[in-house]
Structures are given as structure tokens and as C-alpha cells.
Design a protein around this ligand. Structure first.
Ligand SMILES: C[S@@+](CC[C@H](N)C(=O)[O-])C[C@H]1O[C@@H](n2cnc3c(N)ncnc32)[C@H](O)[C@@H]1O
Length: 325
């Protein structure tokens, strides 16, 4: 077992939850740092190969090369995921490349059964009449993060996917942990599963980005997700049986924040030290500086390191990232 030192080892929150962040290639890191079956939930969003201007990673591989790599990632996740674990894979497409999320899911998901597909809805329009009287709307509603798209062919992209993979497709979930209240109380009595007047949220999750004033300061990453997305995934899996959560592409630490909020020990990898530094800042800001400690030596599980593809320079083709407001 080769020794290693994480970029940061923190203990945060009232439960002194351990958070380990590694500046390391995800596939090599999982092989080195994590024992087989040692993670209960993996929640992650890998690079989408859409030429997003990340700091240290070049997001522009040939398609086949990229998809082959996502297959490697899926195999690495399958090794570390516990038999009754959940792998939540967030992938978005582009209006001009609608197959992308499905292609990634097919490759990364090869070792697994696809148990659920969740639609992360970032913006939505709801007509007053369609909402019904109980909603008491006085006008049509258009809410969430709207990124205008100038096109006569494509509609603007308002959703991303969260593919929920498990080893055998039979992992019980705590659906009401993220349940929503019944609008019509008469339904509560009718459905035996209703707990405290809640019903299952289903496979459409409306989660807008919080409004920010300065992207560079408030969200210094071109493709982050809000902490509520991984938090809902962890809760849906069932927090009570979570020994450890993992995000192999942790970015600026949304999933680390989510795990820490729930008191779930967490490990994350990213190749970009600047993003990891932001993760540490973010955790410290939310949970306080007192409990942060220096890096600790962690045992490693063997494996071969592979160098991540480094970004050469800002590409002139770089597009606006998918999640900046
Ligand atoms: C879609 S972003 C994840 C963002 C994260 N969910 C957040 O909310 O901040 C993908 C991340 O993967 C990182 N990355 C790219 N290649 C990697 C690799 N081989 N190993 C680990 N991290 C990598 C990038 O630096 C980037 O931060």
C-alpha cells in the first residue's frame, strides 16, 4: 500500500464529519485510495466533453476516446460501490448533441442496472390554468435558471439527467425522505404509503441555481451543480445506511457540502487544485474553520496511476459553461 496525503482532510459540522479531498485522477485515485465495496453512494458529474473551459482539464477529446474513458470510470465506480450501493450519474446534453447523456450513461453504466432516471429541471413554465385553482396563481409562472438560446432549430435546454445505477436494480430507496406534500389532503388517506402527508417526488426534480451576483466570486467553476442535487440523491438512497459517499469529480465541492450537511463521511477527487481549494473554503465557510485540520496520511489500495489530460490553454472554441448564470 503506497502512502498518500490528501489535498485536504477536514472534519466538519456538528457531527465532526470527515471529508477527504484528493488532487488526483479519479480512476487512479479510486483504485489507489478506496477498497472494493467501501462506498455506499457515488454522486457525480463527470466532464461532458463539451469543451467547457475548466482550469486544468481539456474537455475536448475525440468522442470515442471520451466514451471509452467514461466506461473506465464506470468500471472503477463498480469496484468501490457496495453491493447495495447507489451510483447517481449527472449528465447534461446540448441542444445540438442530444444523444450525449444517453451515450455516457450507456458506457459508464455498463457494469450496472439502470434503476431510475431522474430529470433535473432547471427552469419551467407553468400556465396558471394548468396549475389549477389550489395553486392560487394570479398569472402564468416561469421560474428557474433560463439561458436564452438563439436558434430556429433547437429549443433551449432546461434539464439534465441523473441516472441512478445499482448493481442489481433492487436497492430499496427512502422515497419520502425527499417527498412532497400532497396538494389534495383526501389523497393522504387513500394511499397507505403516505407518511406525514408526503408523496414520492417522482423523477422530475425542479432545482434552480441560486441567483448570484458575481460568477467568479460566487460560483468559480464553469459547470457546478447546486449542493441540493447531491443532497437529494443521498437522502433518496437513505442517509441511515450511508457509511461513506464519494464524488470522483468533486469540482468546487457541492457534493462534499451535501454529505457534510447530512453527517456522511465523504471522499472526493479532482485534478484541479484551485477547485479543491475552493471546496475547502466553501466547507469552512458553511461549517466553520475550527475543525479543519492538516492533511493526513491515508492508506492506499494499490492500482496504476494514469495522468489526467491537462488543458493546454484557454481554447478559442470554449463555449459558455452549462451552468453559469
Ligand atoms: C462537471 S465538473 C464537476 C463539478 C462539480 N459537480 C461541482 O459542483 O463543482 C467535472 C470536474 O471533473 C474534473 N476532472 C476532469 N478530469 C478529471 C479526472 N481525470 N479526474 C478527476 N477529476 C477530473 C474537472 O476539473 C471538473 O472540476
Amino acid at each position: 500500500m503506497a502512502p498518500g496525503r490528501p489535498f485536504a482532510h477536514l472534519t466538519v459540522g456538528p457531527a465532526a464529519t470527515p471529508v477527504d479531498l484528493w488532487c488526483e485522477d479519479a480512476v487512479a485515485g479510486m483504485a489507489r485510495r478506496l477498497a472494493p465495496g467501501s462506498v455506499d453512494v457515488v454522486v457525480t458529474s463527470p466532464p461532458y466533453n463539451r469543451n467547457v473551459p475548466y482550469g486544468a482539464y481539456a474537455d475536448d477529446r475525440p468522442r470515442d476516446d471520451y466514451l471509452g474513458w467514461t466506461r473506465t470510470v464506470g468500471a472503477a465506480v463498480a469496484r468501490v460501490l457496495a453491493p447495495r450501493g447507489s451510483f447517481f450519474l449527472n449528465v447534461g446534453g446540448a441542444p445540438s448533441d442530444p444523444w450525449l447523456p444517453y451515450d455516457v450513461a450507456r458506457e459508464a453504466g455498463r457494469p450496472f442496472r439502470l434503476q431510475n432516471v431522474i430529470h433535473w429541471v432547471k427552469s419551467i413554465a407553468i400556465g396558471r390554468a394548468a396549475a389549477g385553482r389550489a395553486a392560487a396563481l394570479d398569472r402564468d409562472l416561469a421560474v428557474g435558471h433560463y439561458r436564452p438560446l438563439v436558434s430556429d432549430r433547437y429549443v433551449h435546454g432546461a434539464l439534465e439527467y441523473v441516472f441512478h445505477f445499482t448493481h442489481r436494480g433492487d436497492v430499496p430507496l427512502d422515497r419520502l425522505a425527499i417527498g412532497v406534500p400532497y396538494q389534495d389532503p383526501t389523497n393522504v388517506a387513500r394511499w397507505a404509503g403516505a407518511r406525514g402527508g408526503l408523496r414520492c417526488r417522482g423523477n422530475t426534480w425542479f432545482l434552480p441555481y441560486p441567483t448570484i451576483r458575481f460568477a467568479r466570486r460566487d460560483r468559480p467553476h464553469p459547470a457546478s451543480f447546486p449542493p441540493e442535487l447531491p443532497e437529494w440523491c443521498l437522502r433518496l438512497h437513505g442517509v441511515g445506511r450511508l457509511r461513506r459517499a464519494l464524488d470522483p469529480f468533486v469540482g468546487i465541492g457541492a457534493s462534499a457540502v451535501a454529505a457534510a450537511r447530512l453527517g456522511v463521511p465523504f471522499v472526493g477527487f479532482d485534478v484541479d487544485p484551485a477547485y479543491l481549494a475552493t471546496s475547502v473554503e466553501r466547507l469552512t465557510k458553511e461549517f466553520g474553520p475550527d475543525r479543519t485540520g492538516p492533511g493526513t496520511v491515508v492508506e492506499d489500495g494499490g492500482g496504476t496511476a494514469t495522468a489526467p489530460r491537462r488543458r493546454a490553454a484557454a481554447s478559442p472554441r470554449a463555449r459558455t459553461a452549462r451552468s453559469t448564470t
